[in-house]
Design a protein around this ligand. Structure first.
Ligand code: COA
Ligand code: ZN
Length: 308
């Protein structure tokens, strides 16, 4: 039987948080429906952050209230601090994703905390989540490299991961938040983390700024990782990391996994329709690299049909 890989869609949060056009709740729900129709079963829907910092996510509570309740879909929300945690719990979130950057400067720019403060807040929220029966996922952001401090030493990531798992983190997503990592680093990080903590407790979150996200995915797959974050159409970026492009496009990830014989449960044609929905919502063209190939195939077929 084919091995299963979880494709965790983060476009509604990581993608839309960086769009100049604020997508209203109705538009987000439409995109969510299109993703679920394509077979996506794990989705980060929004973030409970300051609406002043990220106005695109100001509707988090309303969105959560209107999301279709489905036992077969894993919904997650990002929280930056205790206030965000409380808002997420009030909205009924079963899983939260905390964000802890590996460097001091990135934490300061992103959540206005030093690294030590961010660690303390993270450990407090994990403890509260454990008591409340909420599943705590943690992103280690800028794990390979930080836009302000350069390459992150591997040991910094290993030490943070050990502290987070000791505190009760259910899952750690190792994030190349700015797409500045290289395959050798990604291999070192995942090989060691998987050996120490088990691949099933890890996930990978790659941005495609330098076109290496699929390569990194393949490297992490070889280390046993079976959960990957991606965003529909390659939507994304980070308002606190200038010049960064989107996440690995979900359609590129799913195409590669399906081709390589992994089971994703996701239908490519329906996923392409979801890219169209995302484009309509943000008002500009989107799409991973595989979309161009599909278009050229269709043009060739159309030309053949015309010739006949
Ligand atoms: N949700 C909503 N409002 C929040 C909040 C949250 N999670 N956390 C704080 N606030 C509000 C406070 O209530 C306060 O409101 P007031 O001005 O009306 O009194 C205001 O924000 C300032 O609070 P403070 O604790 O001083 O926060 P800050 O100004 O130091 O900002 C964060 C810290 C974390 C709230 C802010 O930097 C943030 O939301 N960052 C998120 C960045 C992000 O989404 N990055 C991308 C994902 S990794
Ligand atoms: Zn990201």
């Amino acid at each position: 039987m084919a091995e299963r890989v979880v494709v965790h869609e983060v476009g509604l949060r990581d993608g839309l948080q960086n769009q100049p056009r604020i997508v209203p709740v109705e538009g987000k729900l439409e995109l969510l429906d299109a993703l679920i129709a394509a077979g996506v079963r794990s989705i980060e829907t929004t973030s409970f952050v300051s609406p002043k910092a990220v106005p695109q996510m100001a509707d988090a509570a309303e969105l959560c209230a209107r999301i279709p309740r489905r036992a077969d879909v894993n919904y997650e929300v990002l929280v930056p601090n205790e206030k965000g945690y409380e808002r997420a719990v009030a909205a009924g979130a079963p899983t939260i994703a905390l964000v802890l950057a590996a460097t001091d400067t990135f934490n300061r720019r992103n959540i206005n905390m030093s690294l030590d403060q961010a660690i303390a807040v993270c450990l407090t929220v994990i403890a509260r989540a454990r008591v409340d029966g909420v599943k705590p996922r943690v992103y280690i952001a800028v794990a390979p490299a930080c836009p302000y401090e350069g390459n992150t030493p591997d040991d910094v990531v290993f030490t943070l991961a050990a502290r987070l798992f000791d505190a009760g983190a259910a899952e750690i997503a190792v994030a190349d938040s700015i797409g500045a990592g290289n395959p050798a680093q990604i291999g070192r990080l995942f090989e060691t983390l998987a050996r120490r903590h088990g691949p099933e407790r890890l996930a990978a979150h790659f941005h495609d700024t330098r076109g290496l996200a699929l390569t990194h995915t393949w490297v992490a797959l070889q280390c046993g990782i079976r959960k990957f974050d991606s965003s529909i159409g390659g939507l994304g970026g980070c308002p606190f990391a200038p010049g960064v492009t989107g996440n690995l496009a979900t359609e590129d990830l799913v195409f590669m996994l399906n081709e390589a014989g992994f089971e994703t449960g996701i239908d490519m044609m329906a996923l392409r329709a979801a890219v169209g929905v995302a484009e309509a919502k943000v008002g500009h063209p989107l799409g991973g690299r595989i979309m161009g190939w599909y278009r050229s195939q269709e043009q060739r077929q159309a030309a053949k049909a015309n010739a006949n």
